[in-house]
Design a protein around this ligand. Structure first.
Ligand SMILES: [Fe+2]
Length: 191
């Protein structure tokens, strides 16, 4: 039997589209979700090229942050989020928290995505004074249900993870978890 995708040539402009064509696009789009873990892993690997004055490159920093989260007993979504919190520095440093949060949002709980979205506001306690910015920027989020989680992420795992001598776990250690968490959006998971 001929695959329906071979029989349906797609439109050249949306206002000429048909339901049958959108059916093919929907099927192929869902199949393409399977590419997400590999794309994310490739983006993470590219962070090894970015050191920009820190004692470790950004991949090592990301791995070290995730290692500390794992060793502190964080759950799987928090560990993957910790690994990915600076992933957008590979394409857009100035708004990297918002880009990273948007990337992981379909795959993690809302509190976990929020932790990444605001992480610079919390991290600022440890360095904003050097830029004339408010080190207490996190206080704008006071009362948020995930405030303590964001605080722990910044204070215990993120801001401490620039240590070249720390026993940092390799990317291969986290790869199965990346594939599990980022392989299927939460709304489509069966268990
Ligand atoms: Fe970071």
């Amino acid at each position: 039997m001929t695959d329906v995708r071979e029989k349906v040539s797609s439109f050249r402009r949306m206002d000429e589209s048909t339901a049958e064509q959108w059916g093919v696009i929907g099927t192929e789009s869902i199949e393409a979700w399977g590419l997400v873990p590999d794309r994310v892993l490739a983006m993470l690997r590219s962070l090894a090229d970015i050191r920009v004055g820190f004692a470790v490159d950004q991949l090592t920093h990301s791995l070290q942050t995730a290692t500390r989260a794992e060793r502190a007993g964080a759950d799987d979504e928090v560990i993957v989020a910790s690994l990915c919190h600076d992933i957008a520095k590979s394409i857009s440093e100035p708004n990297h928290p918002a880009v990273a949060a948007a990337l992981i949002k379909p795959f993690v709980r809302d509190d976990v995505a929020w932790m990444i979205q605001v992480h610079q506001d919390f991290q600022g306690k440890h360095y904003f004074q050097h830029f004339g910015k408010d080190p207490d920027a996190r206080e704008q989020h006071s009362g948020h249900p995930a405030y303590e989680l964001a605080e722990r992420f910044a204070d215990e795992w993120d801001q401490t993870s620039f240590d070249p001598d720390y026993d940092t776990l390799p990317l291969e250690h986290f790869e199965p978890l990346v594939r599990e968490i980022l392989g299927t959006p939460r709304a489509f998971r069966t268990a």
